[in-house]
Design a binder for this molecule. Structure first.
Ligand SMILES: *[C@@H]1O[C@H](CO)[C@@H](O)[C@H](O)[C@H]1NC(C)=O
Ligand SMILES: *[C@@H]1O[C@H](CO)[C@@H](O)[C@H](O)[C@H]1NC(C)=O
Length: 605
């Protein structure tokens, strides 16, 4: 293949193969670049410069094929992401700059050892992102987000992938080059029945229907799946999946399924989506998880998986010439929330919820587990598992993911915004609580629209509350930025100082800004009206019959501002008949309120 015949997509694919290969091949080491998304973007830009010359004689897929570490993880990547156009040879690592080589070592593979999470970087929006599922999604998207047929009857004819791979590119099944959008991937029932086909015979083209009753039409404005929309349509259990979607499987479905296979989890905060803390934010090096018993499906992993799925979906739908990956990622992770919110890391959960319906994901998790079982008949977790059992795992995993991650707001933990320690001993709340009290911060008056600004606002409010007011900590339970994120104040478990006399009965939630005459951003309003309380109710933190009140209903204050308060009055959970006087009597009865809670009524504007 001559150099001139390389089109931009092939270059983009080659860049990814090199990076993916480097990730698999290299041992964790000492990077010279900080573990920031900007470093990854810089690395991609460097590869984009070098690949055309490099690829004339080398092919990047070699890095995957010769990867020493080819556990089941890699096998599935190889199988689904086989670079059909790229012939394997070698890329000399010396051609890459030391910085790039160091970085690729440090983000090699996603993993957890002890409390440390590896393979993650800090993005400009303050989120932490696993690089491996992100790159896998980009690669799958560049290949057109393929629907890959599953051979049937796994136990009778296991795929002998271990033996034949890599020389033959494994048993490559029928791979259709159509580029379905994820939301259009039919649940299994919608495809033609290829049940009678032996595994290695190509099925004729499946009849892919563009829509299906089970697939939710996506709309970025309808963010969160209703948790009771469940995957198991009556027909779904009856037959096994016949296809998998390469994009969803390599980003999300495989790991979700395996994590739940390993330890079936019920709804919890401690398993799915564990957050962590960076040693420092300017030049981050190590990432320590907040929960020692975290499942591999951490918040950072899920962030990377969703970003990979969203960007991969975008690439698969974007005609040539596609943007260079470094430019695409710069835009996606760019600070702030201007421009297209449909392609922004800040809104990844809403966008992913619009893209991936629960029935689709259940099918893909199920399909991924079945495919893994066939690729690796001796897989310790999958051996002997029936398809029915795997379907149950897929259903539970999807439900958990949908309810506990997609259906919850993205909350930056205290360490992310640089919180000072709590002073004194926090008092635990008696959960679940029955109220949500809404505030505006008033000062700072401008809404914060990027991570740097919101985090700085959090620090300044905490300083004011601790040093000037003399409180133990920032008063609010949570603070809502206009950047798509919620910032943890005292959190779900500790009594706050937000609504005098009522702090142990409700969570105090404040919008950053002065909403006397204006309203908060739509996404921020949606978070407080629906997402945050919905998530808290499912988690048992807030009572299902909770009421929502404005600060001014309980305390003599203008908070949360006329404009915002007038809007709150129209919300279904707004408790119109709560009178301040009732509230005061209640507060006098509560003798357990400690002295620091007795603050001027106007203390929290
Ligand atoms: C799935 O969830 C149900 C209900 O919580 C539970 O009874 C069942 O054991 C779970 N199955 C698996 C395989 O985790
Ligand atoms: C808040 O907004 C109101 C109405 O626009 C304005 O009169 C007031 O000065 C603002 N306060 C601050 C602290 O910005």
């Amino acid at each position: 293949m001559s150099l001139r015949s390389w089109n931009p997509t092939m270059v983009a694919q080659a860049v990814l193969w090199i990076l993916l290969g480097l990730l698999l091949r290299l041992e964790p080491g000492t990077a010279t670049l900080p573990l920031l998304m900007d470093s990854v973007i810089q690395a991609l830009a460097e590869l984009e410069q070098k690949v055309p010359a490099t690829m004339a004689s080398h092919t990047a897929s070699a890095w995957l094929l010769f990867a020493q570490d080819s556990g089941h993880h890699d096998l599935l990547h190889h199988f689904l992401l086989e670079g059909q156009n790229l012939k394997a040879t070698k890329l000399d690592p010396q051609q890459l700059s030391p910085e790039l080589r160091g970085l690729t070592k440090d983000v090699a593979q996603h993993g957890i050892r002890g409390r440390l999470e590896y393979g993650v970087v800090l993005a400009p929006d303050g989120s932490t992102v696993a690089v491996e599922p992100l790159l896998a999604g980009l690669e799958a998207g560049l290949q057109g987000n393929r629907v890959v047929n599953l051979p049937l009857d796994s136990t009778a004819t296991p795929l002998d992938a271990g033996a034949t791979f890599p020389d033959t590119g494994a048993v490559v099944l029928d791979v259709r080059a159509t580029s379905p959008r994820l939301r259009d991937v039919p649940p299994d029932g919608a495809s033609a029945d290829v049940g009678a086909m032996p595994p290695n015979i190509r099925a004729t083209d499946l009849d892919v229907k563009p829509t299906s009753p089970c697939v939710r039409p996506g709309s970025p404005d309808v963010p969160v799946t209703s948790p009771d929309v469940q995957a198991s349509s009556p027909g779904a259990k009856a037959r096994s999946p016949t296809t998998v979607d390469s994009l969803l499987v390599v980003t999300l479905a495989r790991d979700l399924g395996l994590a739940f296979l390993q330890s079936p989890q019920t709804w919890s905060h401690s398993g799915l989506g564990t957050e962590g803390c960076w040693d420092q934010l300017s030049a981050p090096r190590t990432f320590t998880l907040l929960d020692s018993a975290a499942s591999p499906v951490t918040t950072a992993f899920l962030n990377g998986a969703l970003d990979g799925a969203l960007l991969g979906d975008y690439l698969s739908r974007t005609p040539e010439p596609r943007p260079p990956l470094s430019a695409l990622l710069s835009q996606y992770y760019g600070a702030g929330v201007g421009g297209d919110s449909g392609l922004r890391s800040n809104f990844r959960r809403q966008n992913a919820a619009a893209l991936i319906s629960a029935p689709t994901l259940t099918q893909q998790v199920w399909g991924a587990l079945i495919l893994l079982q066939r690729l690796e008949p001796a897989h310790p977790q999958l051996r002997g598992m029936s398809q029915e059992r795997l379907f149950e795992v897929a259903t539970n995993a999807t439900k958990e993911f949908t309810e506990a991650f997609l259906g919850c707001p993205a909350i930056h933990p205290r360490c992310r915004w640089g919180a000072a320690p709590y002073r004194g001993s926090p008092r635990p709340l008696q959960l679940p609580l029955g109220f949500l009290y809404v505030h505006h911060t008033y000062v700072p008056a401008p809404p914060c629209t990027d991570f740097a600004r919101c985090a700085a606002d959090m620090r300044s409010m905490q300083r004011f509350h601790q040093d000037t007011r003399g409180w133990d900590d920032i008063g609010y339970s949570f603070v809502i930025g206009s950047d798509g994120y919620v910032y943890e104040g005292r959190g779900w478990h500790w009594v706050g100082a937000h609504t005098l006399g009522h702090n142990s009965r409700g969570f105090g939630v404040a919008f950053v800004g002065n909403y006397t005459a204006e309203l908060p951003a739509k996404a921020a309003l949606h978070t407080v009206q629906d997402v945050l309380p919905g998530c808290a109710v499912r988690a048992g933190l807030l009572r299902p019959d909770y009421a929502l009140l404005g600060h001014r209903q309980l305390v003599r204050t203008d908070c949360p501002g006329d404009a915002l308060f007038n809007l709150l009055r129209t919300w279904p959970r707004f408790a119109a008949n709560v009178k301040p006087r009732t509230a005061r009597r209640a507060s006098r009865r509560s003798k357990r309120e400690p002295p620091p809670m007795i603050v001027p009524a106007t203390g929290l504007q």
